[in-house]
Design a binder for this molecule. Structure first.
Ligand code: PQ2
Ligand code: NAD
Length: 158
């Protein structure tokens, strides 16, 4: 049977979320995470303009430093998204050893969970996933739903 990932809809509003890295992928993920969580720390010596701007809000703190092992102590969910493959791997392994939920952007086998494609419309949240087989397909489906927001609204009213 094909391996599938169960879509748990998880309350992360008060979880301590750590994102390591502040580039393209980290930015894409932070923007989605901020819809669900107000305790995000980003650790990265360099961060995108968007992360810099978002860090002016209380929900997001950007620390302009390199990752250190002790950063994990205060974290409950970790996203490793640096451009350093070895570091991402190390973060994944350390989280596993400490039973901290971890997602590693360049190594699906180290992920406790995958980042979904997300569509939000009022109280409706759609999460899309292909079990790691085709993120591109996830993106296509997410774009399809995003362009059909009217239909989602109509469904809700009927
Ligand atoms: C849904 C989304 C969320 C997000 O990322 O925000 C997401 N990937 C997205 C896009 C995307 N990812 C990649 C490209 C190719 C273009 C490119 O290379 O740039 C594109 C297309 C693009 O970017 O346009 C490359 C890639 N992806 C993974 C690896 C590593 C590996 O497979 O081991 C590599 C190689 C990296 C490398 O080594 O370089 C792994 C994962 N990607 C996942 C999620 C998880 C499974 C999702 C699923 O099953 O469907 C999983 C397994 C783990 C995880 O990361 O949670 C987002 C769509 C967002 C949207 O809706 O627009
Ligand atoms: N899962 C996915 O969907 C997906 C898609 C494309 C790429 N990727 C992978 O995601 C990772 C990030 O890609 P990107 O395009 O965002 O890279 P990027 O070059 O845009 O950003 C890298 C970030 O990592 C930070 N960084 C580097 N060393 C660090 C350290 N020691 N401590 C903390 N932060 C550090 C940099 O300051 C920068 O902010 C890569 O491994 C890439 O292969 C994943």
């Amino acid at each position: 049977m094909r391996k599938r990932y169960f879509p748990m809809f998880f309350d992360i509003s008060d979880k301590k979320v750590l994102v390591v890295g502040g580039g393209k992928i980290a930015t894409r993920r932070v923007k989605v995470l901020l819809e669900f969580c107000n305790r995000i720390v980003v650790i990265a010596p360099e961060a995108s303009e968007e992360i810099r701007a978002l860090s002016k809000n209380d929900s997001l703190e950007w620390r302009e430093v390199c990752f250190k092992e002790e950063d994990l102590k205060e974290s409950e969910i970790v996203f490793a998204a640096t451009n350093d493959k070895e570091l991402n791997h190390e973060i994944g392994m350390r989280c596993k050893a400490s039973q901290i939920l971890v997602n590693v952007a360049d190594n699906r086998s180290l992920c406790d969970f995958y980042f979904p494609g997300v569509v939000i419309e009022d109280e409706v949240v759609i999460g899309i996933n292909t079990g790691g087989e085709s993120p591109e397909k996830t993106k296509e489906i997410r774009e399809f739903f995003s362009q059909h927001r009217i239909d989602l609204q109509n469904t809700k009213k009927s």
